[in-house]
Design a protein. Structure first.
Length: 234
């Protein structure tokens, strides 16, 4: 037992893990400060809008911190907040803020999984996730890219699972970032289209919803992309 604890402490004191824990702590402090200063609930689209209207640039920083927390802490809904951000700032600025927050949150979850192990991840998420590396890290990176591009699996579970599997950080980070950009831009564009009434926004909304229904069904029924043999969630 003592040997396991010593190994755990050595992992925690690695620089990248300390940075991840520090950023997580700052995100929690930002959320706590916002919650104490006002009666706004920043975890809702309406609350985010009120926060930005009242706080200006600090509202943007708080939004980025909350999006990061939405990855680490499952019950926080990230997608509705991203759509609301598109309505407030426009598609491109909102996408930038959302990608920064989501990417930082993904790195935090990755290092938590890598440092604290499967028991800690199960305590945080209530689920256990297993990745197969039998076919190589690049294939696993491709799977992560697809799950970021099409949000068919939980963002936080994929992030924790990559850390648990000790997937190469450059592969994980590049797959996450490249997959996040198009899907996040789509969500923020949807938010912008709701405010200006773009017909294309309605079409994209319908297509996006269909993808979220059809792709998971195809994976369960026909094992599309061979995902069931690579990713297992219990």
């Amino acid at each position: 037992m003592s040997r396991n604890w010593r190994r755990l402490w050595r992992h925690l004191w690695q620089r990248q893990n300390l940075v991840a824990i520090g950023v997580l702590g700052l995100s929690l402090l930002a959320y706590g400060w916002v919650s104490q200063q006002t009666d706004i609930n920043p975890l809702t689209p309406e609350g985010i809008k009120q926060l930005v209207d009242q706080s200006g640039v600090f509202g943007i920083l708080a939004y980025i911190a909350i999006i990061a927390l939405a990855v680490v802490i499952s019950p926080i809904p990230g997608a509705p907040l991203t759509v609301a951000a598109g309505a407030m700032w426009g598609a491109l600025p909102a996408a930038i803020y959302s990608v920064v927050g989501g990417f930082v949150g993904g790195l935090i979850a990755y290092f938590i999984g890598r440092s604290l192990g499967r028991s800690a991840v199960k305590a945080l998420t209530g689920k256990a996730i297993y990745f197969s590396k039998d076919r190589g890290e690049w294939l696993l990176g491709g799977v992560i890219f697809i799950t970021r591009l099409l949000p068919i699996l939980s963002f936080d579970l994929i992030s924790y699972g990559a850390g648990l599997t000790n997937l190469s950080l450059p592969i994980y980070a590049s797959s996450t970032l490249l997959g996040m950009v198009p899907s996040t831009l789509l969500l923020t564009y949807l938010g912008q289209s709701f405010t200006v009434g773009l017909p294309l926004g309605l079409v994209l909304s319908i297509l996006f919803v269909l993808l979220l229904i059809v792709v998971p069904w195809g994976i369960r029924r026909y094992n599309w992309l061979n995902l069931r043999n690579i990713v297992r969630i219990e």
